[in-house]
Design a protein around this ligand. Structure first.
Ligand code: ATP
Length: 367
């Protein structure tokens, strides 16, 4: 077990216009499950590969347990990597795949056997140990890849999208298995995904990257409740938050004709443009004619069984091509299923509004 510290870690690829990883600082305590999340190309894999020693560091440092890893070879870092492709040897059995790194490191045969048996027990792979990867399902291969990392009993696990080859149902169950396993083993883990649901459900903390730069790191709740900018606000949360530009006037921001009172500091910025963010659960369906309400023309209803999401556009803001930037997403009870084209009435919960600068996208509200 170990602490991991990224100290302004930077990676610039030759020919790249901007650093792929740009002065990233992250302090990961012993035993933490930290998820790196962000859109494709934001530098997640490169950050992880720098930690594993598979990618050089052009500026800054990475420390494991306080020791600068500069010049330390990947195999001497005590970091076990689980790749998206699993990278299993096709001509070796599951047991041989799991034992490979230990055998290579000249660990005694009896101990190798013991560690492989223990990992197989934890991962429920005992009856598959003699099979080659070609005769295993996707989920079993994924577990062998995990087993290969576990047997090494490393200081740090690095996992790069290890669930992306699994179907949706298996992904959900494997998600909780990995999170549970990490909790039991207590091994510091850095996990890369582009899937914000995976990030929010698995990580103790989540670090959001954009264009190689760290935007915010915090618990899932912190990111959801207090996103530092519009990027994090719209990246975290599914369905996404509704972001609307609004003018500040007399202490309120007007969103689709609805007055959102602002706190004093913000109200002082009269005449300024802000972006107001309201999550689906911050809108409530009401009867027609209710005070401070918005009439929404329903464009789509997602009935998920236990709940529904209604996507609509404020009446008057519809566009002929059917694409409007002013779409509002409303969370509702499963019993409420309006027809497409119907008009529903909603009011926002002003106290749950997130307010950002229209100029910089940075958060302005403190609440
Ligand atoms: P994805 O989710 O698509 O895997 P990512 O967030 O993991 O993306 P990286 O793979 O870390 O992103 O890539 C970050 C940036 O660095 C991208 O712009 C990518 O094109 C670039 N990049 C990655 N590897 C190399 C390389 N070997 N040479 C040049 N540029 C690279």
């Amino acid at each position: 077990m170990a602490t991991v510290y990224f100290d302004e870690a930077t990676r610039v690829f030759t020919g790249g216009h901007a650093p792929a990883v740009d002065h990233v600082t992250l302090d990961i305590p012993d035993g933490e499950f930290l998820v790196l999340v962000g859109p494709s190309g934001c530098g997640k894999s490169t950050t992880l590969r720098m930690l594993a020693g598979l990618e050089p560091i052009d500026a800054g440092r990475i420390l494991i347990d306080g020791h600068d890893q500069k010049g330390v070879r990947p195999r001497d870092r005590d970091v076990a990597m689980v790749f998206q492709s699993y990278a299993l040897y096709p001509n070796m059995t599951a047991a041989e795949n799991m034992a490979f790194a230990l055998t290579n490191a000249k660990v005694a045969t009896s101990e190798v056997k013991e560690r492989v048996a223990e990992a197989a027990r934890i991962l429920e792979l005992e009856q598959f140990l003699d099979r080659k990867p070609g005769a295993l399902s996707g989920g079993q291969r994924q577990r062998v890849a995990m087993g290969r990392a576990i047997v090494r009993n490393p200081k740090v696990f690095c996992m790069d999208e290890p669930l992306s080859n699994l179907d949706a149902k298996l992904r959900v169950s494997t998600r909780s298995q990995i999170a549970g396993l990490q909790r039991r083993l207590g091994i510091t883990t850095v996990y890369v995904t582009h899937d914000q649901v995976e990030a929010m459900t698995m990580g103790h903390r989540v670090a959001v990257l954009r264009d190689g730069r760290l935007q915010q790191v915090g618990t899932p709740e912190e990111l959801y409740d207090r996103p530092v900018n519009t990027f994090v606000a719209s990246f975290i949360g599914s369905p996404a938050i509704t972001l609307v530009e609004a003018q500040v006037r007399e202490g309120v921001a007007e969103v689709h004709g609805v007055r959102i009172p602002l706190d004093r500091a913000l109200a002082a910025k009269a005449g300024e443009k802000v972006v107001v963010g309201l999550r689906p659960e911050s809108w409530h369906l009401v009867d027609a004619g209710a005070d401070n309400g918005v009439d929404l023309k329903v464009e789509l209803v997602e009935a998920l069984g236990s709940e529904s999401f209604i996507y609509g556009v404020p009446v008057g803001a519809e566009q002929e091509d059917g694409v409007s930037s002013q779409r509002v997403t409303v969370h509702s009870d499963k019993r409420v299923r309006p027809e497409v084209g119907e008009v529903v009435h909603v009011v926002p919960e002003p106290s749950e509004a997130h307010v950002f600068s229209a100029e910089t996208g940075e958060r302005l509200t403190s609440a």
